[in-house]
Design a protein around this ligand. Structure first.
Ligand code: ATP
Ligand code: MG
Length: 412
């Protein structure tokens, strides 16, 4: 688990605000959710025989003896919130949320035990238009942020009936290569053979690659749905590859799944992943509701943005105000508020200090200008204006003109 320090939090805030503005502009609304849910919610939604539920959840009993879990992902919570608040009753919902998720994984670059996700969910939409919209929306984020080293992979997992037929084919295949399966996969063969395809064990890759693919078992309606998605992506000029081995690590997916992957971050290449989960609401006790969503890992997003040369715009104050000598501090405080009223960002020197030490702090603040109020200036009704990012000298400006002068300079 990491502390997000001031030296990087500006980039986080910038990226989060860009993404937030984009999804809001597509008509998605924010929902804020608890970090804790009943353990059962994740067991039932993500699936008992998945990495997350089998070995990654932070689960504990509360004082009442009830089993609670720190959320490992947001989709289950969004669905739960939709149901408990009656949001899915004859209504459709386009929602986004963001915040920390918790998984007891082996920590490494791009994989942490508390990590952050930005999450978008559309409930009550059967697509494929919304499937395309969610992808087009994420493509806009990359474009707007100058992120180029990213590729889209899509697949369809079909409807439950066709997946059941596929499951049989998989069981037959894996039984025929049983001696090559690792322990996890042997166990999954009986319980959840699809999960074997998601194995992260390098020794299993050749076995997985020779397995039959879902696309050959697709039902007609799912095939038409998938073709519809591809047509919309083509028309929007979004490039993609169909990856028939993309299955995703959670059980609730059906039909469309997709992943934005990068080669810029080493082995943790999945930046934004999502899919359709048409059966989940019903499985959790609600009325059958088609739905789809994606989640983006913020740490990987930040790392990718930086790897592509991205830099967040500065968010420091415009001006640093220094006060020197008797009786200047009160006037400097009032002036700082006047400048803030005029729309400027103002950092006030706090604590005493010589001219030199106050200028050192001014420099460190990253502000573009320092204002220096000394006893003589105050008596003359003037103030010193010193550019901090150029070699120009200090000048003296009448106090009543300083706001306008500064605004002028900052706009140049
Ligand atoms: P991976 O294949 O890398 O394990 P995943 O399939 O488990 O990813 P999801 O559950 O779909 O990932 O989560 C969506 C996104 O959250 C991922 O694409 C990734 O960017 C991010 N993510 C997932 N797990 C972690 C983690 N432990 N630390 C940091 N980011 C993560
Ligand atoms: Mg994972």
């Amino acid at each position: 688990m990491n502390d997000i320090l001031p030296e990087v939090s500006g980039t986080w805030r910038y990226l989060e605000s860009v993404v937030r503005d984009i999804v809001q502009s597509y008509g998605y609304e924010e929902i804020r959710l608890p970090l804790l849910e009943y353990t059962e919610l994740f067991q039932r939604s993500i699936g008992e025989v998945t990495d997350i539920v089998e070995k990654e959840m932070y689960t504990f009993l509360d004082r009442n003896g009830e089993s609670l879990t720190l959320r490992p992902e947001a989709t289950a919570s969004v669905v739960r919130a939709g149901m408990t608040n009656g949001l899915l009753h004859n209504q459709r919902q386009k929602l986004w949320t963001s915040g920390p998720m918790f998984r007891y994984e082996k920590p490494q670059k791009g994989r942490y035990r508390q990590f952050y996700q930005f999450d978008v969910e559309a409930l009550g939409y059967d697509g494929p238009d919304v499937d395309a919209e969610l992808i087009i929306m994420s493509a806009r984020m990359w474009r707007q942020l100058g992120i180029s080293r990213i590729k889209l992979e899509i697949n369809s997992l079909g409807a439950p009936e066709s997946r059941a037929r596929y499951r049989e084919a998989l069981v037959d295949y894996f039984n025929s290569v049983k001696s090559e399966l690792d322990e996890d996969s042997m166990r999954r063969l009986g319980q959840n053979p699809l999960r074997i395809l998601d194995s992260k064990n390098p020794d299993m890759q050749s076995v997985v690659e020779a397995a039959p693919v879902m696309l050959e078992y697709l039902d007609d309606a799912s095939a038409e749905h998938f073709a519809g998605l591809k047509r919309l992506l083509d028309a929007a000029g979004i490039e993609y590859t169909v990856n028939p081995r993309l299955v995703r690590g959670l059980d609730y997916y059906s039909r469309t799944v997709f992943e934005w992957v990068t080669d810029a971050l080493g082995s943790q290449g999945a930046v934004c992943s999502g899919g359709r989960y048409d059966g989940l609401v019903e499985k959790l006790g609600g009325r059958a509701t088609p739905a789809i969503g994606w989640a983006m890992g913020i740490e990987r997003f930040v790392a990718l943005f930086e790897a592509c040369g991205g830099k967040a715009p500065p968010s420091n104050a415009d001006v640093y105000v220094a006060a020197l000598g008797e009786g200047t501090r009160e006037r400097a405080f009032a002036l700082a508020e006047e400048l803030r009223d005029a729309g400027l960002g103002v950092e006030m020197n706090l604590g005493a200090g010589s001219f030199k030490s106050q200028m050192k702090r001014a420099d460190k603040s990253n502000a573009g200008y320092a204002l220096i109020l000394g006893e003589q200036e105050l008596a003359d009704g003037r103030i010193g204006l010193k550019p901090l990012r150029s070699n120009e000298g200090q000048e003296s400006v009448p106090l009543e003109e300083i706001a306008a002068t500064l605004k002028d300079r900052l706009n140049q």
